[in-house]
Design a protein around this ligand. Structure first.
Ligand SMILES: NC(=O)c1ccc[n+]([C@@H]2O[C@H](COP(=O)([O-])OP(=O)(O)OC[C@H]3O[C@@H](n4cnc5c(N)ncnc54)[C@H](OP(=O)(O)O)[C@@H]3O)[C@@H](O)[C@H]2O)c1
Length: 323
């Protein structure tokens, strides 16, 4: 494993981390979840990502139980949660968003489900147009001062909102966001590469990026339709199917086909190659992997070696083929 600083913080986070979205509490049982976490840990993964909304809290419960069962040393790993969408099936107004009330309640609920005394990383899962940013910054700062959160961050916030949070935190002597959790993959690059470009030097912003395989599209498994045992065939995820395939103009499947063709020419498996491409970006602190089976996870971990294998000319060809 390779370890990277989470932005300008001192936290040494594994360059490949592991997340629970769609899989834990939905696609895989506790036994498989245990095997996945154990395999990740055995290969040096030290950050496990979660959110209040994943399987309505069940993903956190499964992860908390598994980590406790495996007796992972609390000072050797970091676990996260995210607040915004709520964990109730049909959240009432106070059960979602980024108000002081919900940030407080969601944090305490996540601590219980994950069976920990503090969250290492805590994210605002989306911006909340109904809460002043100052209220959310103060709520996060309070949790840090209470020892319930160590680092707070954002997920899919516009650069202007992140800048505003920093401005407020600096003026009020509060803790500013350390990291952002954006989508980043060969099919989705603009926010990380362009919109946030100034923030890395300005605030030492770290990134823990999600969907490095665009939900599996970059493995090539959707090149000829949707396999019955895949994520996009899961009941209740038709909205995800729309997002993954995009509209005709985005040519996402076509681009995924071109990428898998390129991988075949290089003699590399597409999944670790796509993840390796993410690792090449120095502003990426950690690539959060998703996997529904241990074999997928083990294959994806090969990305570390692949990232070193090719020169810039090859990466440029890969980018051109996928553009
Ligand atoms: N902050 C946010 O808004 C946000 C949003 C999304 C995700 N996340 C976080 O980021 C993590 C990773 O995102 P993601 O799960 O979307 O990542 P991803 O790598 O784009 O997709 C992972 C899925 O692709 C398939 N897959 C993975 N490796 C494969 C392989 N080698 N061969 C074939 N299929 C493979 C698996 O699905 P199947 O086997 O079911 O097809 C797996 O669950 C999540 O778990 C979550 O923690 C955060």
């Amino acid at each position: 494993m390779q370890y990277r600083r989470l932005g300008s913080s001192g936290l040494q986070i594994s360059a490949l981390s592991f997340g629970a979205w769609v899989t834990f509490g939905t696609q895989v049982g506790r036994g498989e979840a245990r095997e996945l976490i154990a395999a990740a840990w055995d290969h040096g993964v030290n950050f496990f990502d979660n959110a209040e909304t994943y399987a309505q809290g069940e993903a956190e419960r499964v992860m908390g139980d598994v980590i406790a069962d495996l007796r992972l040393p609390r000072d050797g790993y970091a676990v996260s949660s995210k607040v915004f969408f709520g964990s109730a099936a049909d959240p009432r107004p106070m059960q979602k968003g980024l108000s002081r009330k919900h940030v407080h309640d969601a944090c305490h609920a996540a601590l219980k489900r994950l069976r920990v005394d503090f969250l290492d990383l805590y994210y605002c899962h989306r911006p909340d147009p109904d809460t002043p940013i100052a209220e959310t910054v103060a709520a996060m700062d309070a949790l840090i001062r209470q020892g319930k959160v160590l680092y707070w961050g954002t997920s899919e916030w516009p650069a202007a909102a992140i800048r505003e949070a920093h401005k407020i935190a600096r003026a009020q002597h509060m803790h500013a966001p350390t990291m952002e959790q954006p989508q980043y993959n060969l099919l989705h690059r603009e926010r990380v590469e362009l919109e946030y470009a100034a923030l890395y030097a300005e605030f030492g912003l770290g990134t823990t990026i999600w969907s490095p395989l665009a939900s599996g599209l970059l493995t090539g498994k959707y090149n000829d339709g949707v396999p019955a045992d895949s994520r996009l065939a899961q009941p209740g995820y038709t909205w995800l199917q729309r997002g993954a395939f995009g509209d005709a103009a985005s040519r996402r499947v076509e681009r995924a086909r071109a990428f898998t063709q390129m991988a075949a020419e290089l003699g590399a498996a597409p999944a670790p190659l796509a993840i390796a491409w993410c690792l090449r970006n120095p502003h990426v602190s950690s690539v959060i992997l998703g996997a529904s089976r241990v074999e997928q996870l083990l294959q994806n971990l090969e990305a570390l070696a692949l990232a070193e294998r090719y020169d810039e000319a090859v990466w440029a060809r890969i980018e051109a083929a996928t553009a």
